[in-house]
Ligand binder design. Structure first.
Ligand SMILES: Nc1nc2c(c(=O)[nH]1)N[C@H]1C(S)=C(S)[C@@H](COP(=O)(O)O)O[C@H]1N2
Ligand SMILES: [Mo]
Length: 185
């Protein structure tokens, strides 16, 4: 546990599954990640290429906007900044949308995208993340409510304005900073 809790949250001992769409019917071995939109060299990586990149560990509580918090998470994955490359961003890129194959999406601003702690993860506490929790690639953004942490990321799209993701379009806050209690937008 981090020792500090954002307003309105409480710890739980389980790790619930929250999935709004159909889970993807793709073998994780055949996974690809497309990086597209306002970047200089759009590209598609296969999962081995992503999993072979140099990784970092990010520790943090996992805060769902429904007020439950999963403590004690040590995530391992690749920094989104390293994956995209800051110099690849085009001038008008202001937000990134993360998509799953089933149609779930969520957006973050560029500053958050380039943050040290914004990673695409595939391990938690030394174990592969279970499929229902987003293996082989899930976003982790510890300072934002968990609806930003898109599971099964298959596409990152750089865009010039805030295009609302799945929950953001349904009334949740587009920034979702847990320390500012940004739940509804
Ligand atoms: N693809 C996808 N990612 C998603 C969601 C979803 O419905 N689909 N739900 C979000 C929400 S609201 C939460 S609380 C967390 C839950 O992650 P978990 O199922 O691993 O606990 O995933 C987020 N990422
Ligand atoms: Mo959530």
């Amino acid at each position: 546990m981090s020792g500090k809790m954002p307003p309105g949250q409480r710890y739980i001992s389980s790790w619930p599954v929250r999935t709004a769409e159909d889970a993807p019917d793709i073998d994780p071995k055949d996974w690809t990640l497309e990086i597209t939109g306002l970047i200089k060299t759009p590209k598609t990586l296969n999962i081995e290429e992503v999993h072979a990149m140099s990784t970092v560990e990010v520790e943090g509580d996992f805060h769902c906007v429904e007020s439950w918090t999963v403590p004690d998470n040590r995530w391992r994955g690749v920094r989104v900044r390293d994956l995209i490359g800051e110099s690849e961003l085009q001038q008008y890129a202001k937000f990134a949308l993360f998509h799953s194959p089933g149609g779930y999406s969520s957006e973050i601003d560029l500053e958050c995208l380039m943050d040290d702690e914004t990673i695409l993860a595939w391990e938690r506490n030394g174990e592969p993340i279970p499929f229902e929790h987003g293996y082989p690639l899930r976003l982790i953004v510890p300072s934002r409510y968990a609806y930003k942490s898109v599971k099964w990321v298959s596409k990152i799209e750089l865009v010039d304005k805030d295009i609302r993701g799945y929950w953001e379009a349904r009334g949740y806050h587009p920034v979702a900073d847990v320390w500012k209690n940004e739940r509804y937008g």
